[in-house]
Write a protein that binds this ligand. Sequence first.
Ligand code: OGA
Ligand code: MN
Length: 284
Amino acid sequence: MTVTHQKLSKRFAAEVRGIDIAAGVSAEDFAEVERLFNQHSVLVFRDQDIDDDQQADFSRRFGALEKTVIINEGGGTEIAIIANVHPETDEIIPPDDHRMVFNSGNEMWHSDSSFKAVPATASLLSGREVPPTGADTEFASMRAAYADLPAETKQRIEGLVAEHSILYSRSLIAPDLFNEEEADEVPPVRQAVVRENPVNGRKNFYVGSHASHIEGMDIEEGRALIGELVEFATRPEYVFAHKWRPMDLVMWDNRCCMHRGRSWEKARYRRVMHRTTVAGIGPT
Ligand code: OGA
Ligand code: MN
């Protein structure tokens, strides 16, 4: 076996070496990647000069891919393009353009697709063009944080259900990002607050910007609890910040990690990221 790995922070995240996605990954090497994914939650692969088909083919080995929701630019494809350049003119989109405002929602701590009835297992983000400084992607391990929760908090959150909605999270940035028709496509969904990895049984809590409130609990009380959990998981000891180099591919476990994009000089530097998203296998 040629695959090796090196931990990137004390509690989670690892860089994987010996994988060349464009050249093809053997079944044996892939099994090791999958094992590392379940163990470390965030995997960094450097120098992966891949195109969209290669990215989608590799991603599909983890499971069926999600399609982007219609409101995204170029919607309804397996590749979500998160970029500050216009798809047709190739010019930088002004930071106050509605697409950029919508994408700035990624700067809040979140788990991808937690607003869908079956939320995503994994996301794979390929840095096609990255700015020279800024625009780190940060990850927070809700698994490491859960392990350190006081026993009474673990008891308090066991069995709770949170309501997640992208209308809620986007309303925090701007009130009018969705029209009525678009809003109808993304009704609120129910998510377990405590989840368990199906392979190793490790538990974590599951919150993020789309989590609006807790079922059966006063709205403000539930919101405060969600806020406490987000704040706890984003303490420095549970956070890993990835500094992008071109051709990095970073994959993360949405079941147990939150992430957020950090800002950069958006009017000055191009940033083009291509994302594939591995769908979950059932409701939480
Ligand atoms: C995403 C995301 C953050 C970033 O692709 O899901 O949240 O740094 N990206 O681009
Ligand atoms: Mn995201």
